[in-house]
Design a protein around this ligand. Structure first.
Ligand SMILES: *Cc1c(COP(=O)(O)O)cnc(C)c1O
Length: 438
């Protein structure tokens, strides 16, 4: 147990200041301020969060999909501390340092074939922004300046900056900004029963507009924020061939699907394909926000030559030594502890837990993929629905943190979770869903 600092605030003080001053993401603030009794997290260790009353909660979503290695991993903390003593921040504009160089080399070693250049950014959204700008500038410099349009999938989520949101296909996240988003064609989501039709639709879209399309951007085989919607790897395989046929770039957004979440290191591994650009974030650098866009030599080569061909783009903290040192340690732990194989081994337990959930009335579209299990509740009110939040409250009471995506309830626990803890988490999910009248 950590000892509390004598000047530390108590729970009531924290909540008072929070409600007076903190504007929370993805949170209707009226309800939060009037009725909210927030979980006040004071520390975390392993797969558990601890609140201000000392109660433990299983971290059912790896704290927004980041803590695949759990909280407070001693090797990550040691890497962070070691690096902080040497060099905590330094520009990457034409200078370099060991953490950035070694991480890039390590990342390219485990990346899908052909990705050999690493451009650092500072979060998933900016990794996408970089991919968007690289695509457009690349085509301009290869003599195809009309290739500036993008294709993404219905339900896509690629982040919240304007560029990333332009690619996004979750209506409620787009609506307020519709007037300033750039044009992006959204193709039908390849749901199981409509898979062939969905592929035909995107195929005719790409074939018809290839001279104007810079890239197709997808979350490989699972859309996270849309509600853990999975699709067949075959679609991705055919999409790769389609993009090759029409000389359109394929951008894989692995910010959520990457790092073993789906049971393979990368989502694209299920399809055996390599993208032209790949974005990583979240688990990539879990202690210091950082992300990266990986590119092929073909993309990189388009930026060589005269000064005016360079990629004039970058973020203050891109390649930050702290983030880079931690990110390299993450890859080392993945190798040493065989994290992906371990995740794949736990996947059947999640599938079994979901099968139990499917037996309950009012539970629809139960699905699982690797270390993700999800189901839809309620009347189809989607992201603004209340059923998922009632399950959230029930789960807190039972010792698990299970933030829903509207009416989609899901688990996406740390990949290092023990079998016993995973079974407990799944049991809490089932019990909490059962406890909510529908
Ligand atoms: C979270 C997420 C992003 C955005 O990452 P941020 O770090 O929140 O900017 C992009 N794409 C996917 C698939 C994500 O899940």
């Amino acid at each position: 147990m950590s000892t509390r600092h004598p000047l530390a605030w108590d729970r009531a003080e924290i909540v008072r200041a929070d409600k007076a001053h903190v504007w929370h993401p993805y949170t209707p603030m009226d309800a939060y301020i009037e009725r909210g009794d927030p979980l006040v997290v004071t520390r975390a260790a392993g797969v558990r969060l601890y609140d201000a009353n000392g109660r433990a909660y299983l971290d059912g979503n790896s704290s927004w999909w980041v803590a695949a290695l759990g909280h407070g991993h001693p090797r990550l903390l040691a890497a962070l501390e070691r690096q902080a003593r040497e060099l905590a921040h330094c520009s990457l504009g034409g200078t370099t340092h060991e953490p950035a160089a070694r991480l890039a080399a390590a990342l390219c070693k485990v990346a899908p074939a052909g990705l050999s250049r690493v451009f650092y950014t500072d979060n998933g959204s900016t990794a996408i922004e970089a991919a968007v700008k690289m695509s457009v500038q690349m085509w301009g410099q290869l003599g195809a300046p009309r290739k500036t349009r993008f294709v993404a999938l219905d339900g896509a989520f690629h982040g919240d900056s304007i560029g990333a949101a332009s690619l996004g296909g979750v209506e409620i996240f787009r609506r307020p900004f519709a007037g300033v988003l750039f044009d992006c064609a959204h193709a039908a989501f390849p749901a199981e029963d409509a898979y062939a039709r969905a592929f035909e639709a995107i195929a005719s879209l790409v074939a018809g507009g290839a001279d104007e399309i810079a890239a197709v951007v997808v979350e490989p085989i699972v859309q996270g924020a849309a509600g853990m919607r999975t699709y067949a790897p075959e679609y991705l395989r055919e999409l790769r061939a389609l993009c090759d046929r029409h000389d359109v770039l394929l951008v894989a957004d692995e910010v959520f699907a990457g790092y073993g979440r789906t049971g393979r290191m990368w989502g694209v591994d299920h399809a055996g394909v390599s993208p032209d650009l790949m974005c990583v974030g979240k688990v990539f650098s879990p202690l210091f926000p950082m992300a990266a866009t990986l590119a092929t030599e073909r993309v990189f080569d388009a930026f060589r030559g005269d000064k005016d061909r360079a990629f004039y783009y970058g973020h203050t903290f891109c390649g930050n030594p702290l983030g880079a040192a931690v990110a390299r340690e993450v890859l080392a732990i993945y190798e040493d502890e065989e994290i992906v194989a371990r995740a794949a081994g736990l996947a059947p337990r999640i599938a079994a837990g979901m099968a139990k959930l499917a037996e309950l009335p009012g539970v629809a579209r139960v699905r699982s993929l690797g270390m993700i299990g999800a189901a839809d509740l309620g009347d189809g009110s989607g992201y603004l629905g209340g059923a998922g939040w009632r399950v959230y409250e029930e789960a807190l009471r039972r010792g698990a943190y299970l933030r829903p995506l509207g009416d989609t309830v899901y688990v996406c626990p740390p990949l290092i979770i023990s079998e016993a803890d995973l079974d407990e988490l799944l049991a809490i999910l089932v019990e909490s869903v059962r406890a909510v009248p529908r």
